[in-house]
Ligand binder design. Structure first.
Ligand code: MN
Length: 357
């Protein structure tokens, strides 16, 4: 094993193997314009979504963490590269941070999605061996979103699509959104289903207890969203559609057995209009159409469990910069008791395969 030693911000030296590249696939970015719009909308009280107000009310505030985050997230140059170098991260796949333009009125959302993609393209072009991009869309206008997916893929060279879970309380299993799936499947380009705060319909018990964010609410919202996509039959209609999900699958791998059992029971009982027979068990779609990343979850027992139940070839590294970017987390994953070939698949190969890098 060959190694490189780097000095991180805490002054400790970490050694990273150089036998493979580390490609981090859920790395947040936003153009300053988007944060400016968020700030204006928050100040005007124009957005009623309690999750948005909780999340960006905090991150556009004056605390040390908030200021550091809002400065780092708009930058895709020397500072980000230095943080990557200090953690042995070779490449970041950049995507528009949560909730992107999905919280905005349709006309401005369309315009800002296109602008964000154009700006991201400049950063990716400036450091082509360090950054890739995902296409931001405004699902509020599904036809425009499908068109932007095609532009991102064909003209901008982006490697997938970013969707930050619910769009103003609406979920992608609603057939009006399916032009988005149709475009992604036809281009063989994956959709990264990134968390958002719980939708307005479900957020109250989370926000009143302070649990609406990454501590738990993100996973509850996004796991539900992914499960709705599966049980609504999206993957029977689009069998080659690829969805990437962070945080080791937002807990769905852990629930797999029970979801299969109870889904079959619900189909049989005809208790729900929304639950119809599927061609396969819900877990089969998790093992055919979904890829899983370790963003925010550098925890060996959970990583090993998910690899065990969904297959090693669909579990890959993500870092979640600049929300969570401790070099020690990368080192912990690097120290897992796997062969060099397995580590190469986890840090590099799986991402190259699903994003077609
Ligand atoms: Mn993230």
């Amino acid at each position: 094993m060959t190694e490189t030693q780097v000095l991180n911000e805490t002054g400790t030296t970490l050694a990273f193997s150089t036998d493979y590249k580390r490609i981090a696939v859920e790395e947040a970015w936003a153009p300053q314009q988007l944060l400016d719009v968020y700030r204006t909308e928050l100040a005007a009280g124009n957005i009623s979504d309690p999750g948005f107000n909780s999340l960006w009310g905090y991150y556009l505030g004056n605390t040390e963490r908030a200021s550091a985050l809002s400065a780092r997230i708009v930058e895709a140059g020397p500072n980000r590269l230095a943080a990557m170098d200090a953690a042995g991260v070779d490449v970041q796949i950049l995507s528009l941070t949560c909730p992107g333009v999905q919280i905005l009125k349709t006309d401005i959302a369309r315009t800002l999605a296109v602008e964000a993609n154009n700006i991201l393209k400049e950063s990716v072009d400036a450091y082509p061996d360090r950054f890739y991009g995902l296409t931001a869309i405004a699902p509020q206008d599904p036809e425009h979103a499908a068109q932007e997916i095609r532009r991102g893929h064909d003209n901008l060279g982006f490697k997938g699509v970013i969707i930050n879970s619910h769009t103003q309380g609406e979920y992608l299993d609603d057939k009006k959104f399916w032009p988005i799936f149709e475009a992604a499947e036809s281009l063989n380009t994956p959709i990264y289903l990134h968390p958002n705060t719980p939708s307005p319909q479900m957020i109250q018990p989370y926000v009143e207890s302070g649990l609406d964010g990454a501590v738990f609410g993100f996973a509850a919202e996004t796991g539900l969203h992914l499960l709705r996509i599966i049980t609504s039959g999206v993957f029977d209609r689009f069998p080659n559609l690829k969805i990437v999900v962070g945080h080791l699958g937002e807990a769905l791998p852990y629930w797999m057995w029970r979801i299969d059992f109870m889904h079959a029971t619900s189909v049989k009982s005809r208790r729900y209009e929304a639950i119809k027979p599927l061609k396969m068990r819900p877990s089969d779609y998790l093992k055919r159409n979904i890829w899983f990343t370790t963003s925010g979850m550098p925890w060996a027992p959970a990583v090993e469990f998910v690899r065990d139940v969904v297959g090693t070839e669909r579990v890959m590294f993500a870092w979640d910069y600049p929300y969570q970017w401790d070099p020690q987390e990368v080192a912990a994953l690097d120290a897992l008791p796997w062969s060099i070939e397995e580590k190469k698949e986890f840090f590099q190969g799986a991402a190259e395969q699903v994003f077609r890098l």
